[in-house]
Design a protein around this ligand. Structure first.
Ligand SMILES: O=P(O)(O)OC[C@H]1O[C@H](O[C@H]2O[C@H](CO)[C@@H](O)[C@H](O)[C@H]2O)[C@H](O)[C@@H](O)[C@@H]1O
Length: 355
């Protein structure tokens, strides 16, 4: 049996079940014997735990053939990078921090922080999150990392080789360390409406126990992870009713979260292109982006890498799901192993240059 299949056998089944649960609304997620997650649950009630584990593992193993582990393929992946400039893009929740019940407590481990700090010493490193940029910084607290919030709608990046010919929404500003940075916020004009909607949502949903509304600056997250299942539809109706009043906004879904976003053509994929093309990370194909993410919104970035034929899209998932990523990592712990390996690889290649 190959190494990738063996690894699946040691998966934490509880975490896997939770992840399946998180993607309940996604029709496509599971392939092979697990095509419909609700079916998985119904039949699993009648199956022994062993059988359930076996079918999940078998489906995952089949999926891994198409999306091999970036850890197992590390050497092969790096052998094609050659003299290109690696740029590291990371999602936050579910990638750098494990999914937890309380969004305000999604802390990153100290070991992940120190590995990330090391990676950022060797490669330009950027976190692209659905959260507000400030909130991600609060969790990460690393000054050598670039932060993009609100699913790409709030970009703060170094002021390098800016090619601003067609960019109309950027401004130069000074960051906490006194460096000149550029700020690109294509949804700025929606701020007053977002504030209004946020207040309305808080007021309307305050009776629903466990509901949490998170203001992500240029988008809003309505969390239902801690809401009783029987109240999910009530919460959903309230969110729909309020969003309907704002014709220039739409709803997207993530892991036990409904998100309200301005209807403009901008997402994590566009933010990734913007960063690659405008911020001195090396356009003209010299940059080699690695993008690691677990969320449905990260798929927009994976698509961009696939269409540019540039870099490696890596999905974080412990269940088989439909993805444009070429490689996979199971969970944040795998992500930290991958990042550690990446920085060690860089140190070794620098050593080889010196000797
Ligand atoms: O783009 P990301 O960095 O992955 O952010 C996506 C959303 O992540 C957060 O919610 C998710 O993680 C929470 C903490 O683990 C969890 O409680 C929640 O159920 C998940 O949906 C964040 O709170 C959202 O604002 C982000 O949009």
């Amino acid at each position: 049996m190959c190494l990738e299949l063996l690894q699946v056998e040691h998966q934490d089944m509880e975490a896997i079940s939770e992840e399946i649960d998180d993607h309940e609304n996604e029709v496509q997620i599971v392939s092979g014997s697990l095509q419909d997650p609700s079916h998985v649950k119904q039949t699993s009630e009648h199956e022994s735990r062993d059988n359930k584990e076996f079918s999940i593992e078998a489906a995952y193993a089949a999926w891994m053939v198409k999306h091999p582990s970036a850890l197992n393929r590390f050497d092969q992946m790096m052998s094609t990078v050659m003299k290109k400039k690696i740029v590291v893009f990371l999602d936050y929740d579910g990638t750098l921090s494990p999914i937890v019940d309380d969004p305000n407590r999604a802390f990153m481990s100290d070991s992940m922080r120190s590995i990330l700090k090391e990676v950022a010493q060797y490669f330009p490193t950027c976190i692209i999150s659905g959260r507000s940029r400030e909130k991600v910084y609060e969790f990460v607290r690393l000054s050598n990392v670039y932060y993009v919030g609100s699913h790409g709608l709030d970009i703060m990046a170094p002021n390098k080789s800016l090619n601003d010919a067609n960019i109309t929404f950027h401004e130069k500003t000074i960051d906490e360390k006194g460096n000149e940075v550029i700020l690109y916020q294509p949804a700025q004009k929606y701020s007053p409406k977002i504030e209004k909607m946020f207040k309305e949502l808080e007021e309307k949903t305050k009776e629903i126990q466990g509901a949490m509304i998170e203001n992500n600056k240029f988008c809003i997250s309505v969390h239902f992870r801690r809401v009783n299942k029987e109240n999910w539809s009530v919460l959903e109706e309230q969110v729909m009713a309020i969003t309907k009043k704002y014709s220039d906004f739409h709803i997207t879904r993530g892991r036990k979260v409904v998100e309200i976003r301005p209807s403009i053509e901008w997402d994590k994929g566009k933010a990734l292109e913007y960063l690659l093309d405008n911020l001195g990370f090396g356009s003209n194909g010299t940059a080699f982006p690695l993008y690691i993410g677990d969320d449905r919104t990260d798929e927009d970035a994976f698509k961009v890498l696939q269409s540019r034929g540039q870099g490696y899209p890596i999905v974080v998932s412990s269940i088989p799901k439909d993805t444009k990523a070429s490689y996979s990592l199971r969970d944040p712990s795998d992500v930290s192993s991958f990042l550690l390996r990446l920085s060690r690889w860089k140190i070794n290649s620098l050593d080889r240059l010196v000797s």
